[in-house]
Design a protein around this ligand. Structure first.
Ligand code: ACM
Length: 267
């Protein structure tokens, strides 16, 4: 399977331009599964709730989901990308997974970062996975990387590939955590980050690029630049994610002792 990451440089609020830039990058190569950044069509640094409401859209009927479906239909591929979702229950930092036949699934970011907590509700649905061609795919968004339970939940649900739309601002942190998440769970992990900066409320956010695809041994298969919009496509062998053996007597998931783990000391 050909797994692609698109590292884009969105301009806040320039929806059409951001979509066209992303699609132009993705047309430079072919992939079975593309991963785009968090908020890749809207931009990230919202300054007030009215702005979020203006740019948020319903899933799956909204324009970003539908534009992605059209791209997938034209290029016979599957794609995941982040968007602000307007749902009856409120606004979410979401990602949609779509293919040539239409919408497949979405995820609402569970661990909100920084100012996101002012404008979005934390995700209200448990982690889940779905089958895309030969691969079982699980979605998490950006800051979820710092919570090992996120990737572990997806791995326990059978994920072969974790797709990770991101707008990372802490240099080098997620690149390291995602190497470990891939290694400890024996999965592929594809992080699509953005580049450039935004300073819409007087506080500059500098996005750190270095989008990457990591293999099930924590091996970095590709890592992009810190500052350029670009893509990478890697041919991956899904069977590597199904072999969880560490030694002949040890397995990455089989050796867990969950009855001795504390998830919530108050529970
Ligand atoms: C982040 O979660 N956008 C850092």
């Amino acid at each position: 399977m050909r797994l692609g990451i698109a590292q884009t440089e969105p301009v806040f609020g320039e929806w059409r331009r951001n979509l066209d830039d992303a699609f132009e990058l993705m047309e430079r190569d072919s992939a079975d599964l593309w991963v785009l950044p968090e908020f890749f069509a809207s931009g990230y640094q919202f300054v007030d709730a009215r702005e979020v409401s203006r740019l948020a859209e319903p899933v799956p009927s909204g324009p970003t989901t539908q534009a992605l479906v059209a791209f997938c239909r034209d290029h016979d591929c599957v794609a995941v990308g982040g968007l602000p979702e307007a749902a009856p229950s409120g606004l979410y930092n979401a990602a949609v997974l779509v293919g040539p036949e239409g919408y497949i699934a979405s995820y609402r970011k569970i661990h909100l970062f920084g100012m996101e907590t002012l404008f979005f509700l934390p995700g209200d649905r448990p982690f889940s996975t779905c089958d895309v061609g030969e691969a079982c795919v699980g979605i998490m968004i950006c800051f979820d990387h710092l919570f090992p339970e996120a990737a572990r939940s997806l791995a326990l649900l059978g994920a072969d590939v974790i797709v990770h739309p991101a707008n990372l601002v802490l240099p080098g942190v997620a690149q390291r955590t995602m190497e470990v998440r891939a290694l400890e769970n024996g999965v592929f992990a594809a992080t699509a980050n953005r580049v450039g900066s935004e300073a819409r409320n007087g506080r500059e956010l500098r996005y750190t690029g270095q989008s990457q695809i990591v293999g099930p041994d924590g091996d970095v298969l590709v890592r992009l630049s810190e500052d350029r919009p670009e893509i990478a496509v890697v041919e991956i062998d899904i069977s590597r994610a199904r072999d969880k053996a560490i030694t002949s007597r040890n397995g990455k998931l089989a050796d867990r002792r969950p009855h001795l783990y504390t998830l919530d000391p108050a529970a």
